[in-house]
Design a protein around this ligand. Structure first.
Ligand code: C5P
Length: 397
């Protein structure tokens, strides 16, 4: 719920602006108040009247509107909210934010604000993929701006790919993650997710089939319960959630360093599928075919991050949760793993090919803790994540 929360919603100029009307409705249904700001370009797509009618408030449009300055100056406007949301965030608005430009009401508010900002990008695929846009997004994430979406799909311009604005309910979830006072507010959690890539040479690597979907859903669910989440992710197939601190890594050793740097934490969830081995002395040059025979790869063992954190003598998180992806004897193997690693809970699942878990939308898990085993029915990965987040909240009490 967003009861009592105040959202300043900046609507940029893109066809996705029509979805922002629904977003206003969804936010108000959840108890939030919405102060809308409409850019000039935004007015080409939705009318000020429909925006203010849905928001139940005046829509702010002009930097030099003297009535507005008398009622509420642009500086004050930028300070009243719990969160500033830009949806749709066009390539132009994102570039202005990254460059610190302030030449209209929306960009001035964004430069003047001292509250957190969430953007929901929406643009043509090529514009999204352009190095300039990607560079600007990196700058925004360094400035602690959260990003939700964009999604892949058919676009109004007839092309296909990333660039569609996230759906209103996805934006609502990212907003809740950023502002909600949930049972986990004030708690800091680390979540690892995705596979790791262990280089063989500059172009080849060893990896596994983890999509990162379950770990991403867990980070999203924890943030939605109000937790401060540090999300340490390997190269996953799914984009990271909004409202969390994202640390991208490639290898197990980078993941270990990122987790160490993120400590201390109240709890840590190790959902990453970390490669057990890396290639010892990976080549700095591309290995070539040779008449002298096949290359010989020597392996070295990667650090076991879960085990290391679970067995910390000082500064161990109060709750350490591991995953056990098993193809047979799930409960037996997972129970042994829990003892071996020294973690508090193990979330065990069957990843045999027949289960369809890898890359799929559903998961069937068993939670193993001090008091025994708890089997959950087959659920969507986001429902597994929600239940797990609730269980964590209850344990951290
Ligand atoms: O040993 P195994 O890989 O089966 O254990 C799985 C659990 O251990 C997962 O929670 C995984 O994130 C964690 N793990 C880790 N570091 C490793 C290997 C596994 O954190 N090097």
């Amino acid at each position: 719920m967003l009861t009592g929360k105040h959202i300043l919603l900046i609507i940029g100029g893109g066809i996705a602006a029509f979805k922002s009307l629904d977003l206003i409705r969804r936010l108000r249904e959840r108890g939030a108040s919405v102060t809308p700001v409409l850019t000039r370009a935004g007015e080409e797509f939705v009318t000020p009247l429909s925006v203010s009618a849905l928001a139940g408030q005046k829509v702010y449009r002009d930097l030099f509107d003297l009535t507005d300055e008398a009622e509420m100056g642009h500086i004050q406007l930028s300070r009243v909210a719990d969160l500033v949301v830009v949806a749709p965030a066009t390539a132009d608005l994102i570039a202005k934010m990254a460059g610190g430009l302030a030449n209209d009401l929306a960009s001035t508010v964004l430069l003047a604000t001292d509250t957190p900002v969430l953007v929901a990008p929406a643009m043509n695929v090529r514009m999204w993929q352009h190095p300039a846009t990607q560079r600007n997004l990196t700058t925004l994430s360094q400035d602690d701006v959260s990003v939700v979406g964009p999604n892949d799909g058919d676009m109004a311009c007839g092309e296909f790919g990333p660039g569609r604005m996230a759906e209103p309910l996805e934006i609502v979830a990212a907003i809740e993650a950023r502002v909600a006072d949930g049972p986990l507010s004030g708690k800091r959690l680390i979540v690892t997710s995705g596979p790791t890539h262990e280089p063989i040479d500059p172009v080849r690597y060893i990896a596994n089939r983890s999509s990162g979907a379950q770990g991403t859903a867990i980070a999203r669910a924890l943030a939605a319960q109000g937790a401060e989440v540090v999300f340490v992710t390997g190269p996953a197939d799914v984009p990271p959630p909004g409202g969390v601190e994202v640390i991208r890594v490639q290898t197990a050793r980078e993941m270990q360093a990122a987790v160490e740097a993120a400590l201390p934490a109240d709890a840590a969830v190790f959902a990453a599928a970390v490669a057990d081995w890396r290639v010892e002395g990976a080549s700095s040059r591309k290995l070539k075919k040779s008449k002298d025979g096949l290359p010989r790869l020597e392996f070295a063992e990667n650090p076991d991050i879960l085990r290391q954190v679970a067995q910390m003598k000082k500064g161990r998180p109060g709750l350490v949760i591991g995953f056990a992806a098993e193809t047979d004897d799930v409960v037996e193997n997972a129970t042994a793993k829990r003892a071996r690693k020294g973690c508090d809970w193990i979330v065990a699942n069957d990843v045999s090919e027949a289960s369809g878990v890898m890359g799929g939308a559903e998961n069937t898990v068993v939670i193993i803790d001090d008091s025994g085993t708890e089997s959950w029915p087959t659920l969507s990965k986001s429902d597994v994540a929600r239940r797990l987040a609730e269980r964590i909240a209850a344990a951290l009490g």
